[in-house]
Design a binder for this molecule. Structure first.
Ligand code: NAP
Length: 296
């Protein structure tokens, strides 16, 4: 079952979807400016000089500006103290021009990421990592939800329609930033949800029963073709750099060329990845609306 069997129509084009979202966001921002005289603002805090983080922060800045929003970048030296970082968060919490706050992780070792995240005003927590947002999501209340699973959910609904009730959903991975919030969102959509992790005993059998299979592990080719039920929608969150024949490339967690019988699948790259920043901007817009008492 080769890659050519995976018809174009079955490939979920996250890149195109995210580009469409950004166009919508841009016109929403323009509309808000007319309506309120204000535009949403996103503050991104980067501590230290981790090269990958610097690339992410740069790309967030560019796309924020492209959507017509204010982007406030705070690049702090690696030796920044916990209390300096906390006072910046305090300032951003009360700054009326800032509607969303994101602290780029990982932080340098001497800083406590949990304390920093819990110091963010939950209504400005556009990463959705604050326990207040995790709790709101778990109890089905309006929350700011983590960007990557939010993007997965949008791609799923684009394929399957808004009504996912009764579908068997399996999420592989139970991290706080992807697996758990993904499972919560699927549960809120009335799917029958199973979470599979490193201690699960009958992983393959559980996966084979899935109508929706979301994979967020970080192991290239973990999910083989025979784990996938014919017709299932497969969302591959994994981002893995592998070296093959002296060349390095990015692959997901699913053996993509074995997935020709899937109903639809996200490629890596070009699937879930581009959705994350689009959802960050969408969360910033949501935060702005709620802070101004505007309808969703
Ligand atoms: P993580 O915190 O390392 O969590 C990985 C999860 O996979 C854990 O829950 C772990 O189980 C589980 N796991 C490990 N080996 C397994 C196995 N053999 N079978 C079943 N489950 C297994 O990773 P993460 O932050 O959630 O990220 C997962 C992947 O998504 C990574 O490749 C990451 O780069 C990618 N990612 C992509 C985006 C994006 O597209 N924008 C965003 C975030 C993450 P235990 O809990 O039992 O250890």
């Amino acid at each position: 079952m080769g890659m050519d069997r995976l018809q174009q129509a079955n490939v979920i084009d996250g890149k195109a979807f995210a580009a469409g979202m950004l166009e919508h966001l841009k016109s929403d921002v323009a509309g808000l400016l007319t309506e309120t005289g204000k535009i949403p603002g996103l503050a991104v805090v980067l501590v230290g000089d981790d090269p990958a983080s610097a690339v992410y922060v740069g790309s967030k800045h560019r796309q924020t500006v492209a959507a017509g929003m204010n982007s406030f970048e705070h690049r702090l030296p690696a030796e920044t103290s916990q209390s300096e970082l906390m006072s910046l968060i305090e300032r951003l919490n009360t700054d009326p021009q800032v509607h969303g706050i994101l602290v780029q992780l990982p932080l340098p070792k001497h800083l406590d990421p949990n304390a920093v995240i819990q110091a963010i005003n939950p209504d400005k927590d556009v990463d959705g990592f604050h326990i207040a947002n995790a709790g709101r999501l778990a109890t089905g209340q309006p929350a700011l939800v983590p960007c990557t699973p939010l993007g997965c959910m949008m791609l799923l609904k684009d394929r399957l329609g808004d009504n996912l009730a009764g579908l068997n959903a399996v999420v592989i991975g139970k991290s706080n930033i992807v697996g758990k919030p993904m499972a919560q969102m699927l549960l809120n959509a009335n799917c029958t949800v199973t979470i599979v992790h490193s201690k699960t005993r009958n992983t393959q059998e559980l996966c084979r029963a899935a109508d929706i299979l979301v994979v967020a592990v970080g192991r290239p080719g973990l999910v083989r073709g025979d784990w996938i039920k014919p017709g299932a929608v497969v969302i591959d969150v994994g981002i893995n750099r592998i070296v093959e024949g002296g060349k390095s490339r990015i692959v997901g967690d699913v053996a993509y060329d074995e997935a020709g019988h899937a109903g639809a699948i996200t490629p890596v790259p070009g699937g879930v990845g581009p959705m994350t920043i689009a959802c960050l901007l969408s969360n910033t817009l949501t935060a702005f609306r709620r802070q101004h008492g505007l309808a969703a």
